[in-house]
Unconditional design. Structure first.
Length: 122
């Protein structure tokens, strides 16, 4: 990962590890084993992807918002939207950005809903 992580990103990635560990006993063991043998950032981004995929109920071929790297390509149809869902993931990433939600948050739609409700009531 080439970009510097913000505190918001670190918090989201830490939460993603916790959420993924709590998925099942087997997943907990897998994540712990990964943490013993891989870089923290690799494990954390893996966990963010797993958690987002579960939270958003994504089919296996659809990218989670944290893995849309080229937003312009996703919006311009350069990535195969009909088959892969890149545009939908990019739209959620855009919403996350507007809400100040880290791209790595394990439950991005729910967190955006919470932020938007807080803004509407505050």
């Amino acid at each position: 990962m080439t970009t510097e992580l913000t505190d918001l990103d670190r918090d989201a990635l830490t939460l993603a590890i916790d959420v993924t560990r709590n998925e099942s006993h087997a997943r907990h063991r897998q994540v712990d084993k990964f943490l013993e043998t891989r870089l923290w950032i690799e494990v954390a981004t893996f966990c963010a992807n797993c958690a987002q995929s579960r939270a958003l109920n994504l089919p296996p071929w659809q990218p989670s918002p944290c893995h849309v790297g080229n937003m312009e390509a996703a919006f311009n149809g350069m990535l195969d939207e009909a088959r892969c869902g890149y545009r939908a993931a990019a739209l959620l990433r855009q919403r996350m950005s507007r809400c100040g939600v880290s791209r790595w948050h394990p439950d991005p739609a729910r967190e955006c809903d919470r932020v938007e409700a807080e803004r509407a009531n505050g």
